[in-house]
Design a protein around this ligand. Structure first.
Ligand code: AMP
Ligand code: ZN
Length: 469
């Protein structure tokens, strides 16, 4: 199996540290708000990669953190006059709901930064002892980037070039030796959460959290470290600097980074107002559709989010779910048991091509776009080569094949109704809203739109009920 390694900028054969085992760390979200659909991309693509590794028989130790102490969390807590811990707790719970609805498996461990402070103090102490860190007069502890010869190896940046580009950055007044030195420990400010440390009360910098949690749950050297491409520099570069200086060993063998999610071909950002939370999308779609949409592209490509592309994803998913429903029905029908015919055996041989294509795509740097295409080919094959005349054993075998591939993609195959119903419920709500606003033309238009989908509405005193025509 090949993985594109950001470290070497090429596809490399995957060789795990230990046979049949994979140690994988994926940087998780900072929990100060509902997660947005950009945050959902690494969750979905790396969950799919994990599922494929498990399908191949690897025992995957999959660690993904929650950053639960951070400036944004503290700001939100101040706005709401509550404890920062309460904000983090609330949005971790919300994030887990979204993950479940996107069918993202819980990690083996979801460590919390605030529960790992001792390990961070320990690593910072080691870095100090080895000359890789220094405490400034104000109690801030910095990493000494110049001391780490490999600094820049992941992002392919050179510290000297970086510095040349930043000559204008004022170092005077700041207490850093070098503008690229980064914070390992910051002193407490009034009203902020803080922990005791040898450098006074304070809290950890962001980068040290992941170095420490990765080491604690996966060991000093891991197989795969992953996250969005925005994390390559400085976050992952700094993690390497910390971990490798502290342990003297290579930190991670393979670095995987997903491309960014854009909206209508523009960078998705809060300030541009083109920003969707996963919860926003859940209002209109079953989140299986969002998952399927993400997997229809290669994880390293930029991916554009738009209403049209979501509709296309929904239609594609529906095609798969319809075929699944059909084959389940055929395979479950009562009929006299008989052996497979020679012709059926041949057909299964032909169907095996799609599994092979699926696997070859996943083996080629987790190419889910091509893997999805192989599933569509299998669906097409099933639509022409499965009927009530076939033997049960043949139909069950075909059905099993589709189930296995969909399970790797994390697509819940028996969820056709939920996928379809999500937007019907939404339209019904919109119609109710229109009626409340006395916009009867719009209400009627929605009723017609639903009628075209074969949905009959009935207004009752208890509310609106619906059935299929
Ligand atoms: P954050 O909470 O900003 O640290 O992000 C959590 C994860 O989501 C990281 O792996 C980010 O790289 C990733 N991420 C954030 N925004 C996007 C986006 N628009 N597209 C893809 N990944 C993103
Ligand atoms: Zn991280």
């Amino acid at each position: 199996m090949k993985i594109y390694n950001t470290l070497t900028r090429q596809k490399e054969e995957f060789i795990p540290i230990e046979d049949h085992k994979v140690r994988m760390y994926v940087c998780g979200p900072t929990v100060y708000n509902l997660i947005h659909i950009g945050n959902a991309r690494p969750m979905i693509v790396f969950d799919t990669f994990r599922r494929y590794l498990e399908y191949k028989g690897y025992d995957v130790n999959y660690v993904s953190n929650f950053t639960d102490v951070d400036d944004k969390i503290i700001k939100k807590a101040m706005e709401e006059s509550v404890d920062a811990g309460e904000i983090a707790k609330r949005y971790i719970a919300e994030c887990k709901i979204d993950m479940e609805n996107m069918n993202v498996k819980p990690a083996t461990v979801h460590p919390l930064a605030t529960q790992e402070i001792d390990g961070m103090i320990e690593m910072i102490t080691t870095l100090m002892e080895r000359g890789y860190a220094y405490a400034a007069a104000d109690g801030t502890v910095y990493y000494r980037t110049e001391k780490f010869a490999d600094y820049g190896k992941l992002s392919h940046k050179n510290l000297e070039d970086l510095q040349a580009g930043h000559r204008e950055i004022k170092v005077a007044g700041e207490l850093k030796e070098n503008p690229f030195d980064f914070v390992l420990w910051k002193p407490k400010k009034e009203g902020e959460p803080a922990w005791p440390s040898p450098w006074g009360e304070g809290r950890p910098g962001w980068h040290i959290e992941c170095s420490v949690m990765s080491k604690k749950y996966l060991g000093e050297t891991i197989d795969i470290h992953a996250g969005g491409e925005d994390l390559i520099f400085p976050h992952h570069e700094n993690e390497i600097a910390q971990s490798e200086a502290a342990s003297g060993k290579e930190f991670a063998h393979y670095w995987m980074h997903n491309g960014f999610l854009n909206i209508n071909n523009q960078k998705m950002s809060k300030s541009l107002g083109n920003f969707f939370t996963v919860r926003d999308i859940a209002q209109k779609y079953n989140l299986q559709v969002l998952r399927f949409f993400m997997l229809s592209a290669h994880y390293r490509s930029p991916l554009n989010f738009s209403a049209d592309l979501m509709e296309a994803a929904k239609n594609g998913l529906e095609r798969i779910l319809t075929a699944a429903e059909q084959i389940t029905r055929l395979a479950g029908a009562e009929k006299p048991a008989r052996e497979m015919t020679k012709e059926e055996e041949d057909l299964l041989g032909q169907a095996d091509v799609f599994r092979k294509k699926f696997e070859a795509s996943m083996e080629d740097d987790c190419n889910t776009a091509d893997a999805v295409a192989a599933v569509f080919e299998l669906v097409k094959f099933m639509n022409t080569n499965a009927s009530a005349d076939h033997s049960q054993i043949y139909l069950q075998n075909l059905s099993g094949r589709l189930h296995v591939l969909c399970e790797i993609l994390g697509i819940i195959i028996d969820a056709k109704q939920e996928v379809l119903d999500a937007d019907i419920e939404k339209l019904i709500q919109e119609r109710q809203e229109a009626r409340k606003q006395k916009d009867f033309a719009k209400a009627d238009q929605i009723r017609d739109e639903l009628a075209q989908k074969g949905i009959i509405l009935k207004d009752t005193r208890e509310g609106v009920t619906w059935k299929r025509a």
